[in-house]
Design a binder for this molecule. Structure first.
Ligand SMILES: *Cc1c(COP(=O)(O)O)cnc(C)c1O
Length: 389
């Protein structure tokens, strides 16, 4: 059996995969098992932030794997405390809690928000408002948090205590708030929901309203964080100071990590045995993440993200059947005439790894993508759009 046949026989069919078995990569270029070359503008859904097999990242990870690969959370770990210090110093947040994925980081934020409210106000003030069209993960609680009906099927009963408000509508939010509300949770750019960029006025007004009512602001930066939007975190584009920020995808540079960061007033909410995970704060993963943060948290690097994004946008806008580009930094949604899913599948056949979000084409290229790789990517997209009507 080849890889595809074995996969179909032995792996549960929870994904509709593209027809390619990737084997190796360098930068934004990947190769499949037959040696066919692809330009990758998806970075494994924003995970390979420094591209495939960045030399410094590989060295950091490999050296750490050969020094100490894991210790339980009963011991102090310098890679984890270094990473925590960097994240706090760079953002002004007070403390972090480590996990292994975006959904787990969100679960942690939800637990902190509920415990903060329980400690201060007693039982019953535990509802969290999320936005329609949001995406917050696949655990039973984060599915509940996700503001899309299609995710609220089969797995009943879902976790209670979530309400949904229309995005970019402050009145709708205020009408959903009650004396049970403890937090509002949102992505400043809804990634899976179709690269919907929230309005600046809405986000600042929402943050102001929440602060007045001691309702916590949780920003899900799982997709938008770590340089993706041209700032270290996307909320910086909005001038707000969230109470909780969750980070995952791009932080590890390709290894699984989730982090929940909290502001000063929440730093002592969690106490021993209120939260934990076996693999969280793994030294190999943290060594990779430290390398990523050192590279990305740099004005010149972040300016590069913005200029690469502009360069791609200008090129893509000249392509046939492109209606509009929704973009911040290198988080790019392309409104297109035609079936985005069919076009994406055809792009893969033609050597371009691109993904979709709702009915848009979506690019989340490695932040290190080169001009030459961008030009190749756009040229494959162009010929695919011309070919596939
Ligand atoms: C991907 C994603 C998640 C879920 O992250 P996992 O690592 O898959 O659990 C949560 N929120 C947002 C905004 C995401 O894009």
């Amino acid at each position: 059996m080849n890889t595809k046949e074995k996969d179909l026989k032995y792996i549960m069919h929870t994904y509709g995969r593209y027809d390619a078995a990737l084997k190796s990569g360098k930068g934004a270029t990947a190769y499949d098992e037959d040696g066919k070359k692809y330009i990758d503008v998806s970075s494994g859904i924003g995970v390979n932030s420094l591209g495939y097999c960045d030399e410094g990242w590989v060295k950091a990870v490999a050296e750490q794997a050969g020094t100490i690969q894991h210790m339980s959370n009963y011991f102090y770990c310098s890679q984890a405390s270094d990473l925590a210090e960097k994240l706090c110093t760079l953002t002004g947040m007070a403390k972090v809690c480590f996990g292994n994925s975006g959904a787990e980081a969100n679960e942690c934020a939800i637990k902190i928000a509920r415990k903060y409210s329980f400690d201060k106000y007693g039982e019953g003030r535990n509802e969290i408002i999320t936005l329609k069209n949001s995406f917050h993960g696949r655990t039973v609680t984060t599915l509940s948090a996700t503001g899309q009906d299609v995710f609220h099927n089969y797995f009943f009963p879902f976790t209670e205590g979530f309400e949904y408000a229309e995005a970019n509508n402050l009145e709708a939010l205020k009408n959903t708030v009650s004396d049970k509300t403890c937090a509002v949770m949102f992505e400043v750019i809804q990634g899976e929901g179709g690269v919907n960029i929230l309005d600046r006025e809405y986000v600042t007004a929402l943050a102001g309203f929440c602060a007045e009512h001691d309702i916590l602001v949780i920003v899900d930066e799982v997709q938008t964080g770590v340089g993706r939007t041209g700032k270290l975190f996307a909320y910086e584009n909005y001038g707000i100071s969230p109470d909780l920020v969750t980070v995952a995808k791009g932080l590890g540079g390709g290894l699984p990590i989730g982090v929940c960061m909290c502001a000063d007033k929440l730093k002592d909410v969690m106490s021993p045995s209120t939260h934990g995970t076996t693999f969280g704060a793994n030294p190999v993963v943290c060594a990779g993440a430290n390398y990523v943060i050192d590279k990305v948290a740099n004005a010149e690097f972040l300016n590069g993200v913005n200029s690469k994004g502009e360069y791609i946008e200008n090129k893509v806008l000249q392509l046939p059947r492109v209606k509009k580009v929704r973009r911040m930094g290198l988080m790019i949604g392309i409104e297109i005439e035609g079936d985005a899913h069919k076009i994406a599948a055809k792009c893969v056949e033609n050597g371009l790894l691109i993904i979709t979000a709702k009915d848009l084409l979506r690019m989340l290229p490695p932040l290190t993508i080169t001009t030459q790789e961008i030009d190749e990517a756009v040229s494959i997209l162009k010929s695919t759009l011309e070919e596939c009507k």
